[in-house]
Structure formats: C-alpha cells, structure tokens
Design a protein around this ligand. Structure first.
Ligand code: HEM
Length: 372
C-alpha cells in the first residue's frame, strides 16, 4: 500500500545527504545497466543532476496523482527522445530503491520499501502509457539539419540558425523544444522557434552565446550540420492560452524575442484577428536589437502592431532609454491586456512586478525565462 506520509518523510531524510544521493544512484545505475550510460551527458557531476531530484520528488507526491498526470504524460512522451524504452523503467526503479535503502539505513522498513515500489510503479505506468500512445503518431525525436546560419548583434554573440526537419515538426507559435547537437551528445537544451509553422517546414532559432551547447551552435556549427529535436513543449506563451480577441502586450529581452516574433507572424497571417499588439523589445546596447529592422518592416505593414525598442546602457542610442519593464509599465494602460514576458530571470521578474503595480492582474501575465 502507498503511504504518502512515509514516502515524503523518507525522501526528506534521503535528500539531506545532498550530492551523495545522485552520486550513489548513477553509480548503481551505470554499473548494473551500462547500456543506459550513453543516454546521459558525459559528465554527470552531481550539481547537474536532473533526474534523481525530480524522481524522488515526483514519486513522493504520488498521492496528488490527478494533478500530476498531464506533467507525467508529457515527461513520458519527452523521454522517448533519450531512447528510453519500457524495459528501462525497472532498471531505474531498482537503482532508486537501492539508493533509498543505502541512505535510510534502519529506516528502510518493509512498509517504506512497499510504498516506494508501488508509487514508482504507478508513476512509471503513467509515463510508459503516454509514451506508447505518442509512439503511434510521432517519432521519438525529429532529425534536423542546419540550412542557414547567420551571426548577428554588435558583440557577434547571437546566431540566427534556420533548420529543416526531415519529418514535419508539429508545434504552435510560442512553444519551445529541446535540441541536441551531434557535437554535444545527450546535452539537451531549450530553444524556441522564432516563426510559426511554415509551408516549407523551416524553423528559425535565435541563439545567444551563453553555455557550451550554444557555443557550438553559434561558433562551430554551420550549414549541413545535424541536430535532433525533442517534442514541442509548453502552452504558456501560445495564443490558445489567451481569451480570443484580447489585446496583447509583449515584452522581450534579447533572444527572448523568438516566441513573441513567432506569435506576431502567426497573427500577421490570420485575417481579422481583432487584436492590437504592442511589443517592447529591450537590450543593453542598440546593436543587440538584432531583429529590429525586420520587426519594423512588419509593423509598417500591419497597423495592429506597434514595436517599441528600449535600450538600457547605450548613450549613443537615440530612442527610448531604460529598463524594458519600466518603459512598458509607464507607456500605456494595460489592464485588460494579456501580457507575454520573455527574457532573463531578472528582466522577467522586474517587468512582471512593474506591470502588477500598473494594475495588470497576475493571471493575465504569461512568463517564460530564457534558459541561461
Ligand atoms: C518514474 C520514472 C521517471 C521519472 C519520474 C523521470 C523524471 C525525469 C525528469 C523530471 C528529468 C529531467 C527533465 C528532463 O531533462 O527532461 C529526467 C531526465 C532524464 N531521464 Fe528520467 N525519469 C524517469 C525514468 C527514466 C528512465 C527509465 C530513464 C532511462 C534510463 C530515464 C532517463 C533520463 C535521462 C537520460 C534524463 C536526462 C538527464 C540529464 O540530461 O541530465 N528516466 N527524468
């Protein structure tokens, strides 16, 4: 029988051992099942662990299963991109139980063992069932190839990368995806298409040089290089998440522009959508407003679109100065608008706080932090 209280108290005790927990778990998993090693990043430093922390927390909250089912189904579908098969679940389950036993010592009682075994089984079943349904209509990942690669921005640290997928990639404007490059295997990173799905199937990505994977994408990769895409994720920034016809305030910092540009383009090909869109586009220095010319062309063609660039640290800039959140909050009367904010954590937090002060209700704010 699953005893949620036992699960949570025992997990809290295990979690106190910090980095030792993933170290033990991966040691056990890779020794007992070396065939799964290549699914994981080459360096599994404990602070980079994503699986064990989530695994314990997810399983320990199994009593709230109804609320967790959509998340677990998404997780199960997404795990297909790691080449996870149903047969791998018992292996991970056995290593999880061995880890719990190791750190609980005398507290690893038959009742605790039974609770964890059953709870893991429930979670694994939701994930594998969802993966099996997805396998009927979608590949585990989408093979893609770079067809254009352009370096942008005054600091030459932004790339506009256009990719073509071999099979059609079904997504909605505003959704993100994870991708893996052949040069950095098993290191999946989030990016967001900057265009809505197109007839020719091409997808444009805006990539800022921040970590090792983006370094590959900006500085090393070129036309002809291969990528893999995971399934599309997230609904927070899609038009479907807003009431039809509501006006939109969009606030973008740097490459956080990508999903917002995709939504604007989507609207541009939807006749009589009835929305007004005001897009604030912020950067530190003017030359980082890498997509401004194309946005201004769009605004010139569509009266419903207003684009306002804002620059914080560049005295030579002749336009609006300051933080993009301050500029947006001061500019208009936003209650009644749906607000999309995408950028760094600091920018998102600041802009959201300023808009709430300006009377926007929290439920109207759709936020997404660009991945560092
Ligand atoms: C109940 C079972 C499981 C749960 C709740 C679970 C949960 C998670 C979560 C939340 C993540 C982090 C999100 C992500 O990177 O996409 C993750 C990552 C991952 N999982 Fe699972 N998982 C389960 C089973 C498995 C199994 C059976 C395998 C196959 C060996 C597996 C392989 C992986 C891999 C390779 C990663 C990426 C790790 C990384 O990039 O550091 N998972 N899992």
């Amino acid at each position: 029988m699953v005893d949620p209280h036992l699960l949570r108290t025992s997990w809290a005790k295990v979690a106190q051992h910090g980095e030792q927990v993933p170290l033990f778990f991966y040691g056990h998993l890779f020794l007992s099942h070396p065939e799964v090693r290549s699914m994981f990043p080459p360096s599994m430093a404990a602070q980079r662990d994503r699986l064990v922390a989530a695994l314990g927390a997810v399983v320990a909250n199994v009593d709230n299963l109804d609320a967790a089912v959509p998340f677990l189904q998404g997780l199960g579908r997404d795990h297909r991109k790691f080449a996870v098969e149903p047969g791998h679940y018992p292996a991970v389950g056995a290593s999880l139980l061995a880890t719990l036993e190791q750190f609980l010592g005398p507290d690893w009682t038959p009742a605790v063992a039974e609770s964890w075994t059953e709870a893991y089984g429930i979670v694994a079943k939701v994930m594998t069932d969802a993966a099996a349904v997805a396998a009927e209509s979608a590949p585990p990942w989408w093979e893609a190839e770079v067809v254009a690669h352009e370096i942008l921005g005054g600091r030459r640290d932004i790339a506009r990368v256009t990719i073509a997928t071999r099979l059609p990639y079904p997504y909605a404007a505003g959704q993100s995806m994870t991708l893996e490059t052949a040069m950095a295997p098993a290191r999946w990173r989030f990016y967001t298409p900057a265009n809505p799905p197109r007839q020719d199937g091409l997808i444009e990505l805006h990539i800022k040089l921040i970590g090792a994977v983006s370094w590959q994408l900006v500085n090393v990769m070129g036309v002809g290089d291969r990528l893999r895409l995971g399934p599309p994720v997230g609904h927070q920034l899609t038009l479907a998440s807003t009431a039809p016809g509501t006006d939109l305030l969009m606030i973008a910092g740097s490459t956080g522009l990508a999903p917002l540009r995709a939504i604007v383009e989507d609207l541009a090909r939807t006749p009589d959508h009835g929305r007004r869109v005001t897009l604030f586009y912020g950067a530190r220095i003017a030359s980082d407003l890498y997509d401004l010319p194309r946005l201004e062309q769009l605004a010139a063609r569509h009266a419903w679109l207003t684009v306002i660039p804002v620059v914080s640290d560049d005295h030579a800039w002749e336009g609006r100065h300051g933080l993009v959140g301050d500029a947006a909050a001061a500019y208009g009367n936003w209650p009644g608008h749906e607000v999309f904010i995408v950028g760094s954590a600091g920018m998102c937090e600041h802009a959201a706080a300023r808009l709430k002060e300006a009377g926007v209700i929290p439920g109207a704010i759709h936020l997404e932090e660009s991945q560092p």
